[in-house]
Design a protein around this ligand. Sequence first.
Ligand SMILES: NC(=O)c1ccc[n+]([C@@H]2O[C@H](COP(=O)([O-])OP(=O)(O)OC[C@H]3O[C@@H](n4cnc5c(N)ncnc54)[C@H](OP(=O)(O)O)[C@@H]3O)[C@@H](O)[C@H]2O)c1
Length: 335
Amino acid sequence: MRRALVTGATGFIGHHLVQRLLAEDTAVKCLVRSQSRFARLSEQGVTLVRGDLTDANSLAEAVKDVDVVYHLGGLTKSVRRGDLLKVNGGGARNISRACSQRSCPPTLVLVSSLAAAGPSYGAEPRIETDHVNPVSHYGHSKRAGELAVMECAVDVPTTIVRPSIVVGELDRDGFQWFRMIRKLGIHLTPGFTNHYYSMIHADDLASALMLAAQTGERLTGSVEDGAGIYFATCEEFITYADLGRVIGSSVGCAKTRVVHAPLWMIWGLAVGCDVWARVRKNPTILSVDKAREAAAGAWACSAAKLQRHTGFEPAMTLENRLRQTADWYLQEKWL
Ligand SMILES: NC(=O)c1ccc[n+]([C@@H]2O[C@H](COP(=O)([O-])OP(=O)(O)OC[C@H]3O[C@@H](n4cnc5c(N)ncnc54)[C@H](OP(=O)(O)O)[C@@H]3O)[C@@H](O)[C@H]2O)c1
């Protein structure tokens, strides 16, 4: 039986990965913090290990006796830039160092992000050998995580997976699109250009991560050659406006109005949200950092390399995945 550690298991993507690993008969250990909500995990027969990614000393026990470490733990948004770097950059360094201290280090799969690579330009989706150009603090922090695991890659067999936007059941961020459309029939779209975006469902991402662990290429130590790095995404691209239309029809909104908001308005709203977030000490979905990404244009990438190397195929089309997600939100009464 294979044994795996999952960091970030209490989060949205972590939940999907843990289900898939358990279904494939893997013994799963999860790193949880004392303040984490882990009641659901406890009921699923996983082993819980207390620790914090920012506390290097707390990780040795977590990485002990496992074959694979799936490192998902991180911050997707924060009021403070320093926290993003500390958790996404420093946390990845701490976990890869903990792996390197084992006499026989486990395989490490780092969940990075398309944001670490940056937006795509022109009609071409990003591929792994493209020059990186993160535009947000979040993207820089995820890139810092990539560079940190590269430092230990001589000792630790490591693969980096960069997912595009992830959708699926239990996602609270993407849920806001569904909610706004269902309640108001409106889909707010940044700017007037119909840029293309890549997306992936969390179950398909879980498959991609497991395949990357089994047969994926490992980092070679060179920062620029793209070896050991994969984008994980559906091969279809979607514009923000079409995303709104698909969600609209999935949540039973007969006519979704796609409202193109000028970028200056998005920046203005983002500044307001940042002030609110600082007052409440709680990050909001829209922020100046997310506005940087929204203003950067297209975010499309290709999973062709992952498909070639591991045989990865999403189980369904993106449209069907969005419908499945909407059905779950309706069934669970989130909507
Ligand atoms: N969602 C997306 O669209 C997307 C796209 C590309 C990449 N990613 C990456 O995928 C990963 C998972 O994202 P997600 O959407 O599932 O995020 P999420 O729902 O916010 O979950 C984040 C997880 O990280 C854990 N965590 C945060 N800080 C930690 C710390 N200091 N020590 C230990 N654990 C900590 C959280 O634990 P607590 O329960 O204790 O807070 C939680 O389990 C992240 O690395 C993210 O950058 C996400």
